[in-house]
Design a protein around this ligand. Structure first.
Ligand SMILES: Nc1ncnc2c1ncn2[C@@H]1O[C@H](COP(=O)(O)OP(=O)(O)OP(=O)(O)O)[C@@H](O)[C@H]1O
Ligand SMILES: [Mg+2]
Length: 326
């Protein structure tokens, strides 16, 4: 049986949020629109509550992250959004400049370089440079910076994320040794160190989306060496309720009950898909230890109260759905 919103507890006895709190970099990914930013915010609230100075850094163009945290907009510099919690939009132009300044180790040289229009245009024209700067900036804050304990990287959706996170290795494979390869090497070392970096994948409780999620997990975990222990299955509809059993006593409710049964049927199909995914070879091959099943919230998740309510429903010590289904 797959329950509604449950906090996963791994074999080690730690909950997902307890475990993620040890990391420097948490990468949240999945397909577009599946709830990546919502889950990045939930994880951010959980880590900040554990005393970790946490930055949620998003590459998204919308302001949902800001709204969920009670702010009007996001800025391209980290702004405090609560105790131990900051939020920022990662803009390639700003990241290139900031990351470049860090690599050049001199604001004076960086000004000379980045204020030169021709150099600036040249840098943006190099394929992958903008994305490398974005991941470089997130990595720098996580691994070298002292302002934050954990960076939650609400990165691009699946395909673009693979490209972006693959850039350090691509640089190592193709460019002669130099300052850039040194950076790429350090970045790659952090990304593939499970004590420092972990990916959390978000998907929907339907057959094809779950299959795609397993493929993304396979690519991130096995091909790119990024630790993956938790999948979040978002938007699970309510479980059938015995209050609406067809025993004749609800005959007068007619159409309303019929609608409720339809809703229940979708919820039941979500659970069946999730249970069969958990038992599938593909899911087993990922070696996951936890899976969060996140309920669909009818009223939406658009403000801080709603996202905090979701967080408190997930930050509990219940058994994981993975353990539950096995
Ligand atoms: N469990 C849920 N219950 C109800 N609504 C949800 C849930 N999870 C996400 N949503 C809603 O779905 C929409 C998409 O969520 P979100 O912005 O987190 O997705 P995303 O993967 O970051 O999208 P994008 O690809 O646009 O960046 C939002 O309107 C959000 O409020
Ligand atoms: Mg988003």
């Amino acid at each position: 049986m797959v329950p509604d919103g449950r906090a996963a507890r791994s074999e080690s006895g730690q909950s997902v949020l307890d475990r993620l709190a040890d990391k420097q970099l948490v990468i949240v990914s999945g397909k577009g629109g599946v709830g990546r930013t919502t889950m990045a915010t939930v994880i951010g609230l959980g880590l900040a509550a554990r005393g970790r100075r946490t930055l949620i850094a998003t590459t998204g163009h919308d302001d949902r992250l800001a709204w969920m945290l009670g702010q009007p907009t996001l800025t391209d510099i980290a702004r405090p959004v609560g105790d131990n919690l900051w939020a920022q939009r990662l803009v390639p132009q700003t990241c290139l400049r900031e990351y470049g300044t860090m690599v050049l180790r001199s604001a004076r040289i960086a000004t000379a370089v980045f204020d030169n229009k021709i150099i600036r245009r040249l840098l943006h024209a190099i394929p992958g440079m903008d994305d490398f700067a974005v991941v470089g900036k997130a990595w720098h804050e996580a691994a070298r910076g002292t302002d934050f304990d954990t960076i939650i990287f609400d990165g691009p959706a699946t395909g673009h994320l693979m490209y972006t996170l693959g850039l350090p290795q691509a640089i190592l494979d193709t460019i002669a040794a130099g300052p850039l390869t040194k950076e790429a090497q350090l970045m790659q070392a952090t990304l593939s160190d499970p004590s420092k970096t972990e990916a959390v994948l978000v998907g929907l409780p339907e057959r094809w989306p779950l299959t795609e999620l397993a493929e993304l997990g396979e690519a991130l975990g096995h091909r790119m060496g990024i630790a993956l222990r938790t999948i979040v299955v978002n938007g699970i509809w309510p479980a059938p309720s015995t209050a609406f059993a067809d025993d004749g006593s609800h005959a007068g409710l007619g159409d309303t009950l019929e609608h409720l049964r339809e809703l229940e049927a979708v919820g039941a199909s979500h659970r069946a898909e999730l249970a069969s995914f958990i038992a599938s070879d593909k899911a087993q091959a990922l070696g996951l230890s936890e899976m969060l099943a996140v309920p669909w919230r009818w009223k939406g998740i658009s403000d801080r109260a709603a996202v905090e309510a979701l967080w408190s429903s997930l930050d509990r010590d219940d058994a994981s759905v993975l353990a539950d289904a096995s």
